[in-house]
Every structure is written in structure tokens, then in C-alpha cells.
Write a protein that binds this ligand. Structure first.
Ligand SMILES: Cc1cc2nc3c(=O)[nH]c(=O)nc-3n(C[C@H](O)[C@H](O)[C@H](O)COP(=O)(O)OP(=O)(O)OC[C@H]3O[C@@H](n4cnc5c(N)ncnc54)[C@H](O)[C@@H]3O)c2cc1C
Length: 416
């Protein structure tokens, strides 16, 4: 039997592969997604589900290197680097460190804001248009501080954010405690980002998959792609379920991208930035808005169906063990801020790999040196927030339509 021949083969069924598939279907293209595990089972599963134009500033900021070095030997710090010999990691870190200056910070912030702002508006549209049942609420997000110095530092940053179209509202500590009865006393202040939103990410990816299938897209689960070969009229893939052929291929493999791309001679310097979450039944007294407990970098998201504490950033390679110390740090952080920091029942303890590039921008576009191979990967801490804009941008680039914003900052060639 001949292998199926599809229009576009999408390799990887996370939020990015799914959103790209949906936008391509809408543009009249045919798609087949090939996913090694269960659809949405990678980083897109247990993340915090916040939709955050507020997070436009990149991780590489002035002062971060000194902070990271201080944290390096603190196993429960929000940012942790497991000391080890790994040339790709050290090269990545050096490039990351070189970007911790005001000029590069501004350049990444601007490019991230363009993608995030487009994605935020487009998400509301998709939720309505496709009827995505994913507990999406446009309720903003709060940064909460107990440390007055840190609060002041972020107030200064929020002034800069306004120039990128990101609105903020500032609260003094007592005002915020009155506003949010879920907090323990001792809040120094809070910054609200009214333009942010939240959703339940496992529901979001399941709903994207539903709509992709309803519109004629094919999703093959438990189908690992081992090799990609360009052919005169497209691409051929060797998969764990046999050969697949297509006109174009999109590599949407998140943190798994570098090894796969390397076999094609494509450089995609993405490090897995491991993060954790714990999902509980919903406590009686929960915050009214999703929030980041900034002094401890713990994100709190509340849905009708549950309550999640998440975050921490660990550079420890492709290690998928659940580290009890780092999980405990999430609960410890929450206990400092919240009257009811955990729910009665634990539903899931989870970790996932954020696909981190050193400039904190994804790779979006045609793969260098390839005619029919495209990349959509490297969304770091913001792949859910950026998913709709990424899907639309990929579909526009692949169908030759003018994109909604300048795609040049995300060109994969910048790493070639
Ligand atoms: C703790 C934590 C909290 C986060 N919170 C947020 C948040 O609040 N908001 C936000 O916007 N982002 C958040 N993120 C980041 C977000 O989760 C990621 O950026 C996003 O999920 C990346 O999506 P993706 O589709 O690129 O990758 P993934 O979802 O990882 O998808 C890649 C897929 O490729 C598959 N795959 C791998 N190898 C192969 C192969 N050879 N063949 C076929 N398939 C393969 C994998 O099984 C996987 O399903 C968070 C991440 C973490 C870890």
C-alpha cells in the first residue's frame, strides 16, 4: 500500500502544532499531525495556562546573570542550573548572558510584545469562533509582592511596558489585601495587568484537536517521527508507524526540536527549561485573579475545575524526574502569601520542558536551506500565550499571505 500523501505534515501535536494546523485548515490547506505520544501531552499539558502579554520582557535582563549565579547552588531557587558538563548548555548560557543588556532586552521585549498582543486578541476570537470550551476568562493577572524593593523595581518596569501597549494598574499593600481576601497580611503591593487572561491548557489543546479533526485534519497519536527527507516534490517521513509523505512539513517539536533539526543540518539552539506544577481540587477561598507570587516566582491559577501552583525554571537537560524539593518549593512559596495555599486533594504532580532560546523568541518560518521544511518552535515560557499568533503567522508565511505583524525577528536564520 502506498503511504498517505498529505498537503502539510505537522511534526508534534502540542499547542503550537495544533494551532498551526488549525490556521492552515482555515487557509484551505490539508494537514496531518504526527505526535509521538498523546496529543497535547508535552509541555502544553500541565503548564499554568496564563495568557500574558504582561510577560513581554525576556528572561535575559540586566542583572539576571548575577542573580542566577547566586541561585546556582540553591536547589529550591526559582531558577536553578544543575552544574554539569554540557557544551551545548554552556554555549547557550554564554549567548544568553551576552543578551542581558538594555539594548537586547528592549529588542526581545518589542518582538515578544508584537506576538503576544496579536495572540491575545486572536485567542478571544478563536474561543468564540470555534467554541473552545477551555475555561478561558479575560480576568487579568496580578503580580503580588511582599518585598517592597522588588515591588518598586517592577513598578519601574511597568512604566516601560506601557510603551509596548501593555496596561497596568498598581495597588498598595493594604488596598490589595482588601481587594483579595485570599491573601495573608504583609503584601507590599501588587501590579495588575488587566489585558491578561487564563485558560485550562489541557482543555485548550483537547479543544484545538477537536476542531482540527472536525475540519478534516488528521491527528495520528503514538506516531513518532524519526527522520525527515526532502524529496523533489515535498518531504518523506520515517515514523514508528511507517512512511508518510507530504507537500510541506512543519517541525513543531517544542523542546525536542534541536536533535531532530540537527539531522537536517538545521541549528535550533533550544534548551529544555524544566518547570513543575501541582494541580489540586479547588480550595474554598481562592484568589479572584490568576497571580504570580513574585518574591517566590510561583504562579497561581484558579479554574472552576481546579487550582494549580506552578513554575520554577531548571536547566538540567532532558531530565523528566519529578524533583520533590522543587515541588515542595511551590507549596512553600504559596504558604507565604495565601490563606489557603493548597487544595484538599492533589490531582496531578507534573513537570514539563519549556523550549527556551537564548533570545527568548521562537523560531518561526522556513527552515534555513530548505524549500519545504518549516519550523515553529522555541516558545519558552509563553507557548500557550503565543499559540494563536504563531499558527496564523505560519499559515500566512506558508500560503504567501501578508502577515499581521513583521515576522523578521523570529526568522530561524538568525541561528544559522
Ligand atoms: C511549569 C510550566 C508553566 C508554564 N506556564 C505557561 C503559561 O502560564 N502560559 C504560557 O503561555 N506558557 C506556559 N508555559 C510554556 C508552555 O507550556 C510551552 O511554551 C508550550 O507548551 C510549548 O508548546 P509546543 O507545542 O511547542 O511544545 P509541546 O507541548 O512540548 O509539544 C511538542 C510535542 O512534540 C512531541 N514529540 C516529541 N518528539 C517527537 C517526535 N520525534 N515525533 C513526533 N512527536 C514528537 C511531544 O510528545 C510533544 O507533544 C509553561 C511551561 C511550564 C513547563
Amino acid at each position: 500500500m502506498n503511504p498517505p500523501h498529505d498537503d502539510v505534515l505537522i511534526i508534534g501535536g502540542g499547542a503550537i502544532g495544533l494551532a498551526t494546523a488549525l490556521a492552515l485548515l482555515d487557509a484551505g490547506r490539508g494537514v496531518r499531525i504526527l505526535e509521538a505520544g498523546a496529543v497535547g501531552g508535552g509541555a502544553s499539558h500541565g503548564n499554568c495556562g496564563t495568557i500574558t502579554p504582561s510577560h513581554a520582557p525576556p528572561l535575559a535582563a540586566p542583572g539576571v546573570v548575577a542573580q542566577a549565579l547566586r541561585w546556582m547552588f540553591t536547589p529550591d531557587a526559582p531558577l536553578y542550573l544543575k552544574p554539569r558538563i554540557d557544551p551545548a548548555l554552556w554555549h547557550w548560557l554564554l549567548r544568553f548572558a551576552a543578551r542581558c543588556n538594555p539594548r537586547d532586552w528592549r529588542q526581545s521585549t518589542q518582538a515578544r510584545a508584537a506576538l503576544l498582543n496579536d495572540a491575545r486578541a486572536r485567542l478571544a476570537d478563536w474561543v468564540g469562533r470555534y467554541g473552545l470550551q477551555c475555561e478561558f476568562e479575560e480576568e487579568g493577572l496580578d503580580y503580588v509582592f511582599r518585598d517592597p524593593r522588588r515591588f518598586q523595581q517592577y513598578m519601574d518596569e511597568s512604566v516601560v511596558l506601557k510603551t509596548f501597549g501593555i496596561a497596568t494598574q498598581v495597588f498598595g499593600g493594604t488596598d490589595y489585601e482588601r481587594e483579595e481576601p485570599a491573601m495573608l497580611p504583609g503584601v507590599a503591593g501588587a501590579i495588575r495587568f488587566p489585558g491578561d487572561a487564563r485558560l485550562r491548557p489541557d482543555r485548550y489543546v483537547a479543544e484545538l484537536a477537536r476542531v482540527v479533526r472536525e475540519r478534516g485534519g488528521v491527528i495520528e497519536e503514538q506516531c513518532r517521527v524519526d527522520r525527515l527527507e526532502p524529496t523533489p516534490d515535498g518531504v518523506r517521513l520515517a515514523t514508528s508507524q511507517g512512511e508518510r509523505k507530504g507537500g510541506d512539513a512543519v517541525i513543531a517539536l517544542g523542546a525536542w526540536t534541536p536533535a531532530f533539526a540537527r539531522r537536517l543540518g538545521i541549528r535550533a539552539p533550544i534548551q529544555p527549561g524544566k518547570g513543575y506544577s501541582i494541580t489540586y481540587s479547588r480550595p474554598a477561598r481562592v484568589p479572584r485573579h490568576p497571580m504570580v507570587l513574585k518574591d517566590r516566582s510561583v504562579c497561581v491559577t484558579v479554574w472552576g475545575s481546579g487550582f494549580r501552583l506552578g513554575s520554577t525554571m531548571e536547566f538540567s537537560g532532558h531530565d523528566d524526574t519529578l524533583n520533590a524539593t522543587r515541588l515542595a518549593a511551590l507549596e512553600r512559596g504559596a504558604r507565604e502569601f495565601l490563606r489557603e495555599p493548597v487544595g484538599a486533594e492533589v490531582h496531578e504532580r507534573w513537570c514539563g520542558w519549556r523550549p527556551m532560546t537564548w533570545d527568548d523568541l521562537p523560531l518561526l518560518g522556513r527552515a534555513p536551506g530548505q524549500r519545504k521544511v518549516w519550523i515553529a518552535a522555541g516558545h519558552g515560557m509563553l507557548g500557550i500565550s503565543m499559540s494563536t499568533a504563531t499558527g496564523q503567522l505560519m499559515a500566512d508565511l506558508m500560503t504567501g499571505r501578508p502577515p499581521a505583524f513583521d515576522p523578521s525577528p523570529y526568522r530561524p536564520e538568525r541561528f544559522a
